[in-house]
Design a protein around this ligand. Structure first.
Ligand SMILES: Cc1cc2nc3c(=O)[nH]c(=O)nc-3n(C[C@H](O)[C@H](O)[C@H](O)COP(=O)(O)OP(=O)(O)OC[C@H]3O[C@@H](n4cnc5c(N)ncnc54)[C@H](O)[C@@H]3O)c2cc1C
Length: 461
């Protein structure tokens, strides 16, 4: 199994689809700005663009520790989903009173994101194929039927496929049935999306500094100062879009547990290989377990295959030294060939990992710090390609104190249940992962998971 990925390049496949570019200069002086944004991923870049849309003359500065689009935003699977709540079932479980509004707002955000791609001329290899949820154990079929009922109730188009109908589309001996979400779901090349947003932000007049890690924030008069190793930005307001990375305000560390998710990408599949799997509709696919795989075709017909293990390390460290995890790559490769045995002999060309900003409600949350001068927007828990546009805009509305339908929602005003501090955090997450795996085997949520459900606590990726 090791052989299949031994020669894989240890970096996100998506990066090789971008032309080389010079890094933006690092910040090496003190600078004044109206708005400072920390983090140049989807959230930070969407926020920068929105700030300029609202007030073109506003001075907006983005400070990025590495390169824009080097975090989760280029490490993900590129599944663009309308949901703001990490799926409709999680939305129903956690936000039932607001689900109708959240579904409508999620659909609006998805449509507006597609329109923005046109408007800013971002070619992100968009494929509006929908998304397929497949059952690989009998007990998962009921969940698909329930999800279809919910999708229909809230106006999405979703088609149930029995085993034969599913096998006719994609050939795998594991498939027992599927649910094809035909609206509000697409695939993108996330690196092209992030880079397109960076270029659009530059064109709008946003100043971007790369290799400029913010070490500290402090109040300065009625504003805030962001200090890097070689410079500082003094701004009226600051948006934190730092996802799973080391928190710059303590509250974020209470709510977010960085969880590593790993991905393999195959070499391009030739026509014969493609015929062996079918997949003519090219949907993004996920299996229905608690520990699930997600997979898709790329524009050049590789298969991106990720997920299953969600690796939490004591203290939640994030950094390049965690981008590799041989045990997980071995498991991913083995599961890949069990899912598609006809692809035996195919090699993986890329492997990588990325940190997910897991919070206990599995969806973006917001908060204020430093007397309201700072707002944070993070916690997407592995479903942020679409939701980050909503998170960015909502975060900026909160920072600017604009009252909207969205800012009035409990979804926006309330924060998740915090995770306990270490060493309990590691123990609770470890036990929960173990019980989730057991639930996948048995089809039943045991006492521990049911207790967490009642407390509104969860763990996912
Ligand atoms: C392996 C993986 C697969 C995923 N698959 C999907 C998927 O298919 N679909 C989906 O919807 N979501 C997916 N996600 C989640 C999605 O990628 C994220 O929710 C989304 O990219 C979050 O964007 P962001 O801008 O908030 O965070 P990031 O892209 O992580 O950006 C945060 C940025 O902040 C910078 N930063 C951090 N600290 C500092 C500091 N102190 N100073 C300056 N800069 C700083 C970082 O360098 C980074 O560039 C996946 C995530 C991973 C890791």
């Amino acid at each position: 199994m090791q052989r299949a990925f031994a020669d894989a390049q240890p970096e996100p496949y998506w990066l090789q689809t971008l032309p080389a570019r010079e890094a933006h200069a690092a910040l090496e002086r003190a600078l004044d700005a109206d708005l400072c944004i920390v983090g140049g991923g989807f959230t930070g870049l969407w926020a920068a663009l929105y700030a300029k849309e609202l007030e073109p003359r506003r001075e907006v500065v983005v400070l990025e520790a590495s390169r824009c689009g080097s975090g989760a935003s280029v490490r993900n699977g590129g599944f663009l989903n309308y949901s703001l709540t990490h799926g409709i079932a999680n939305g129903m479980a956690r936000f039932p009173a607001e689900l109708a509004a959240l579904e409508r707002l999620g659909t609006g955000n998805y449509d507006a994101l597609l329109a923005d791609l046109e408007r800013y001329r971002i070619s992100a290899e968009l494929e509006t194929t929908g998304e397929l949820d497949v059952a690989v154990a009998t007990h998962q079929l009921a969940g698909l039927r329930e999800a279809q009922r919910l999708f229909e109730e809230f106006g999405q188009r979703a088609e149930l496929l029995d085993a034969d109908a599913l096998q006719a589309q994609i050939h795998s001996p594991l498939y027992l049935g599927g649910l094809w979400l035909r609206s509000g779901a697409a695939l993108v090349n996330p690196a092209k999306l992030a880079d397109g947003l960076r270029r659009a932000a530059l064109q709008a007049g946003v100043q971007i500094y790369e290799h400029s890690r913010v070490r500290r924030l402090r109040k300065l008069g009625s504003g805030v100062e962001a200090l890097t190793d070689s410079g500082a930005v003094r701004a009226n307001k600051l948006l934190l879009a730092t996802s799973a990375y080391e928190p710059l305000v303590p509250a974020v560390g209470r709510y977010v547990a960085p969880v590593y998710d790993y991905v393999l990408v195959t070499e391009p599949l030739g026509q014969d290989r493609m015929r062996q799997i079918g997949w003519s509709q090219r949907q993004g696919v996920g299996d229905s377990g608690n520990r699930f795989h997600y997979y898709r075709l790329t524009a050049d017909n590789r298969i991106l295959w990720g997920g299953f293990d969600a690796v939490y390390r004591y203290g939640g460290p994030v950094g390049p030294e965690y981008d590799e995890h041989q045990t997980t790559f071995r498991r991913l490769a083995a599961n890949f060939f069990t899912n598609f045995p006809q692809l035996e002999g195919v090699r993986f060309s890329h492997r990588w990992g990325g940190a997910i900003d897991t919070c206990s409600r599995f969806s973006v949350f917001f908060g204020r710090a430093l007397g309201g001068r700072v707002v944070y927007a993070l916690g997407y828990t592995g479903l942020g390609v679409g939701a980050s546009r909503f998170g960015a805009r909502t975060g900026l509305d909160l920072l600017d104190r604009r009252s909207t339908e969205v800012t009035a929602l409990g979804f926006v005003r309330r924060r998740p249940v915090p995770f306990p501090p270490e060493p309990l955090r590691r123990a609770v997450i470890g036990l929960t992962s173990n019980r989730l795996a057991a639930a996948d085997r048995s089809g039943r949520r045991g006492l521990w998971l049911r207790t967490l459900d009642r407390l509104g606590l969860g763990f996912d990726s």
